[in-house]
Design a protein around this ligand. Sequence first.
Ligand SMILES: Nc1nc2c(ncn2[C@@H]2O[C@H](COP(=O)(O)OP(=O)(O)OP(=O)(O)O)[C@@H](O)[C@H]2O)c(=O)[nH]1
Ligand SMILES: [Mg+2]
Length: 228
Amino acid sequence: MTVALISRGYLAKTLILGSKNVGKTTFRRRLSIQLEGYESIKDIVNDFDVGFGSRTFFVRGKTITVQFWELASHEGQVPHLPEMYMEAAHMAFILCDVTNIKSIESIPYLVTDFWAYNGRGIQPIMILLNKADLLENWNQIKKLASFDYRDWIDFLPEMQAECLIDVITKIEPVLNRMGLNLGFTPCSALKNHAIITSARFLLKELLNLTEYQNRRNPLEIGDQFDQF
Ligand SMILES: Nc1nc2c(ncn2[C@@H]2O[C@H](COP(=O)(O)OP(=O)(O)OP(=O)(O)O)[C@@H](O)[C@H]2O)c(=O)[nH]1
Ligand SMILES: [Mg+2]
């Protein structure tokens, strides 16, 4: 008789958002261990061009499978996010391209949409300032390896730094009120810079949020993850 080993764990559904050409697909592919067959999910949901990936992490004694859903964006506009994908998401990566101010300016809109539609309200986000390898002082920046923007924002070109401070001012206080931190880091597909550590950061924030909410309302246990 064969005994199936069923591993219990958690599922954290994660969106990968960002305007056109910021590097979402590259990021998703590098982060994912592709599950056979799932790449063809595009065929099933071809209305929206959704890319899928998945990877399992072990964080604070919990095995958590992270599903990544990348939604297509359209030239020159903040992508319209189909509600069916937003609804059940636990957390989101928000990507921008550090050389493209417009993509930085779109961040607050993406975050607002995510919080408005996911069905749980304010959930953890990690902002990735992608293509940081294109910056002049990338060699200095990459050594900082910090998710706290106060450590590296002065290394950015002035326009980008100003734009980012504006974004941070809008988003950070909202997260702080939920006991969450804003994760915000330069990132590059080259050498997988900050890719796995960003996923771990998000998961820790998600666990913090779950604990925070359970403390506030001890009867409502564990609805942050779908157990499988
Ligand atoms: N220099 C540099 N180029 C990158 C990086 N990540 C992605 N790219 C390049 O940026 C271009 C767009 O990358 P994609 O991953 O297709 O971006 P996307 O956001 O999925 O694009 P759309 O789905 O069309 O909106 C490609 O030419 C990538 O090779 C990075 O970290 N550094
Ligand atoms: Mg793409």
